[in-house]
Design a protein around this ligand. Sequence first.
Ligand code: NAG
Ligand code: NAG
Ligand code: NAG
Ligand code: NAG
Ligand code: NAG
Ligand code: NAG
Ligand code: NAG
Length: 407
Amino acid sequence: MKFIFLCISSLFAAEALASSFARASFKPTHRSVQANHAGRSALTKRDSSPLCSSTAPVKPKMFIISMFSSEADIWYEDTTLNLYANNVTVPGFSSLFPDAHCTASGEVCQMTTGEGEINAAGSVLALWLSGCFDLTSTYFMIAGISGGNPHRVTTGSVTFARYAVQVGLQEEFDHFQTPSNATSGYYPQGAYYPDEASSEDYPGSLYGTEVYEVNENLRDRAYYLASLATLNDTDAAMSYRAKYGYSPANQPPSVVKCDSATSDQYWSGSVLGDAFGNYTSLLTNGSGIYCGTQQEDNATLESLLRGAILGKLDYSRIIIMRTISDFDRAPPGETEVYHLLYAEQEGFVPSIQNIHNAGIEIVKDVMMYWNGTYDKGLTPGNYIGDVFNSLPGPISPDIGNEANYIN
Ligand SMILES: *[C@@H]1O[C@H](CO)[C@@H](O)[C@H](O)[C@H]1NC(C)=O
Ligand SMILES: *[C@@H]1O[C@H](CO)[C@@H](O)[C@H](O)[C@H]1NC(C)=O
Ligand SMILES: *[C@@H]1O[C@H](CO)[C@@H](O)[C@H](O)[C@H]1NC(C)=O
Ligand SMILES: *[C@@H]1O[C@H](CO)[C@@H](O)[C@H](O)[C@H]1NC(C)=O
Ligand SMILES: *[C@@H]1O[C@H](CO)[C@@H](O)[C@H](O)[C@H]1NC(C)=O
Ligand SMILES: *[C@@H]1O[C@H](CO)[C@@H](O)[C@H](O)[C@H]1NC(C)=O
Ligand SMILES: *[C@@H]1O[C@H](CO)[C@@H](O)[C@H](O)[C@H]1NC(C)=O
């Protein structure tokens, strides 16, 4: 997730956030740590058993992946779905979120990874390695909040990505030591200048997690389904949005197809927004559109990819849905520092609500059209996988560099 008060929200729950608490009165980092500790003590102590708590493997049709409490709670509040009917303790999950939660039939399950790339990678790897679930026909929906590029989206909007790019995996100089002719302090690995979306800047060294591509046909169906939902909005979100004076930032929330950038680092401001927008374009060979900022997706996708290589899950069944909780840069006339640290952007409430408003349409569709449609799968029309071409498939990659391909 990429919202600075994430942990406070997990502690004080939705009603506290809905009220206009002053962002300025909290020091984000330390506050987060305190909230985490409080959250931990509120949890029941559990054995660190190496076994799944339920014996028969559950075979979900849909697995919802949340990153922190507020993203998860909005699903638990849906008593028709009733994800608390069937709890499965999964060895290797975060100690803050030890259980997967499933419906009585086991057809819909949900997990919470914990925040940031390391928690996301560890928890999702544990999901398929644990053997607690048969995931071979499961659809995965990453369903979280994210920052948003005001030139592409607004707060409360719901985005569906084809690409996820790991923008933090670059060289970086402090601003005092960045050459004066450089456009930002981030240099692609092996490059001699910040990326300006030119092929000379393509990283000379790839780790394999730089960019992932998911099934565009599935993405398009999810986009269509979410478009049927009534999106939530609030007066408070509207009034901050109006400061932008340009579209789509100052328009009501909508459903958008655009891509998401991952970094543990919580970046903010137009310079880094542009730098990472350029980098997204570079890594996706010109087709990725930078609109969302978050801290987990590439890690989640890498862990799912490793499961897919071993046939434990199907990489063509992944949906990346991120709603927009805040803007990645300030409105005109406001400083970047004020925007990030003090302004009340108020996008959090609609962004959380819209995870459910949009996501439930997708969950229902998967259940209703399982027989004959989802059980068979939606055949991808695009390359799916990573920059290394780790997952052999019928369509050759449109990302990465042939010299690095494994298959
Ligand atoms: C599942 O876990 C939730 C949250 O810890 C709890 O409220 C619920 O009672 C549990 N359900 C069952 C069937 O034990
Ligand atoms: C992260 O994953 C997204 C989604 O697959 C991909 O578009 C993006 O290029 C990846 N980014 C990085 C830097 O790994
Ligand atoms: C930036 O400046 C360095 C030396 O300070 C020079 O080597 C480099 O060519 C310059 N780059 C551009 C794009 O002007
Ligand atoms: C992004 O790329 C454009 C054109 O390719 C360039 O003019 C701009 O300076 C770049 N921005 C940053 C922050 O690197
Ligand atoms: C992507 O762009 C880079 C840099 O221009 C290039 O080296 C690479 O071959 C391209 N990959 C594909 C699959 O087109
Ligand atoms: C939006 O969601 C919030 C929080 O759930 C709720 O209080 C509000 O009434 C909703 N607004 C609309 C227009 O549905
Ligand atoms: C799907 O098929 C199974 C048996 O193959 C059947 O039990 C189930 O009711 C069907 N579901 C729907 C929604 O038609």
